[in-house]
Write a protein that binds this ligand. Structure first.
Ligand code: HEM
Length: 442
């Protein structure tokens, strides 16, 4: 048992709330939108992140923003929001563009080496490009091929062990023993990031996310991140910034290969931008620009529909800080409360054709009023409320750039017989990879 998805049954996709006692722990699964809002938006203090979150991630990200609570979290969030404001999307666009150009060069080389059509392990390629984007954005330099291999292997091992450790924790195995089991792989990643920060600092001042994190100053306390905190945040941002986006982009490309009509419509959307270029004094062959990406509503709808069906963070866990009421149940203090985008976004009561791929439900001019409401009430791939992901706009920009540049250059074809075998650990990934075939359009 290494995936949370294996614990679900059909019934979970029909009920507003479920509860069960498991090895002496009260477990809740909350699906009802009003209750989910109550938990995530108004209940940051009454339903803080579950201690398991800190415990499972601490060897890797220390006490970074994602897993801490209360004033410790609030201060970090103020600093993080400030850093994100400084490192704006327009400013980081060239770094994203550099990583995407490098990805296209790698893919071009494989397509050229195999007579125009090639089968690609696209989730691996998406892991490389998204990690390259985040390294360039934080540290102002590309990710080298050899270091990428070493770090990804350590991440895969950490993810696998973290899933197992969580299950073993339920069985009451000693916490410290399990953390040591995780620590070995975490130290490879932390050691690499620490060295990379050192090298980057030696370069002096730069206009990257690291600089924005270093310079962030809490208006309430006047303090900034300490050296240790900075390392924790960069470790988390590296994890958050590539694992989630790689998961989403792997599944988005898979879906485009399975649904040629959606792919064609995205291609049309990109073609309209390219055709207008000469009149504006531009060259149709140039890479897409920051402003071009604002003209891809169907591309955004594809990304949203991918996040609905395959949310990279497929469950969040919180702890009830005191006795409370949830929907129609008494929720005792210390209960473990789960909110699952995977379940809510495929729930029969919130979505029509819940398992179908239909990007149109996210388009302003084609979505029904009911669908617009569901998109507000029952769509939370980035979470909700004060702890909502501050990287959502970054992720959308990156996804649009990758997908638009891919379909513009290649036809994405299915690899017949291959179906991803999904597993939910820290993020949603496929046990047997994600494969598509690429055919050159030129
Ligand atoms: C498709 C891509 C992404 C998805 C689906 C995603 C999803 C999430 C979710 C669900 C949470 C909140 C979880 C909870 O409430 O328990 C979160 C938090 C966070 N994410 Fe993302 N994320 C993505 C990309 C990114 C990127 C690219 C960055 C940074 C560059 C980022 C930075 C963060 C940070 C700093 C937090 C912690 C917020 C806090 O606790 O206050 N994420 N993300």
């Amino acid at each position: 048992m290494d995936s949370w998805l294996n614990l679900l049954n059909e019934w979970d996709f029909r009920i507003p709330i479920g509860s069960v006692q498991f090895l002496g722990l009260n477990l809740f699964l909350v699906n009802e939108p009003a209750a989910v809002k109550h938990l995530l938006v108004d209940g940051v203090d009454s339903y803080p992140k579950h201690p398991f979150t800190l415990w499972i991630l601490e060897p890797l990200i220390g006490r970074a923003i994602f897993s801490v609570n209360g004033i410790e979290w609030a201060r970090q969030r103020r600093l993080m929001d400030q850093a994100f404001q400084v490192a704006q999307l327009r400013k980081v666009f060239p770094q994203m563009g550099g990583a995407v150009t490098a990805m296209l060069a790698r893919l071009d080389a494989s397509v050229a080496a195999s007579a125009g059509v090639v089968t690609v392990e696209i989730d691996q390629e998406m892991t490389v490009v998204t990690a390259d984007v985040i390294v360039r954005t934080i540290l102002s330099r590309p990710l080298g091929a050899a270091e990428a291999r070493e770090v990804f292997e350590a991440f895969v091992r950490y993810q696998r062990r973290a899933g197992q450790a969580l299950m073993l924790r339920f069985l009451r195995l000693p916490e410290q023993w399990l953390q040591r089991y995780l620590g070995r792989h975490a130290s490879t990643i932390r050691g690499w990031i620490q060295a990379a920060i050192g090298q980057r600092m030696a370069m002096g001042v730069s206009s990257d996310l690291l600089q924005a994190l270093i310079e962030a100053e809490d208006p309430e306390t006047g303090s900034g991140f300490s050296e240790e905190e900075l390392l924790d945040q960069v470790c988390f941002l590296f994890l958050a910034g590539h694992e989630t986006s790689a998961s989403a982009l792997g599944m988005a490309t898979y879906l485009l290969s399975q649904f040629p009509d959606a792919q064609q419509r995205l291609l049309q959307e990109v073609a309209v931008i390219l055709e207008a270029r000469p009149a504006l004094g531009g060259n149709p062959l140039d890479p897409l620009t920051f402003d071009d990406l604002r003209q891809l509503p169907y591309g955004s709808a594809i990304f949203n529909e991918t996040l609905r069906l395959y949310p990279p963070v497929s469950f969040f866990i919180r702890e009830a800080a005191q006795d409370s009421e949830l929907v129609d149940r008494r929720c005792p203090m210390r209960s473990l409360v789960t909110i699952s985008p995977w379940v809510i976004q495929r729930h029969e009561h919130h979505w029509s054709d819940p398992d179908g791929f239909r990007p149109e439900r996210f388009l302003a001019d084609t979505a029904s009023p009911q669908e617009k409401q569901w998109a507000k009430d029952a769509f939370l791939p980035f979470g909700l409320g004060p702890r909502k992901c501050p990287g959502a706009a970054f992720a959308l920009q990156e996804a649009l750039l990758v997908l638009a540049e891919l379909v513009r250059r290649y036809e994405l074809l299915p690899d017949l017989g291959h179906q991803p075998d999904l597993v939910a650990r820290l993020t949603l990934r496929s046990r047997n990879g994600v494969r598509v075939r690429l055919r050159n359009r030129y």
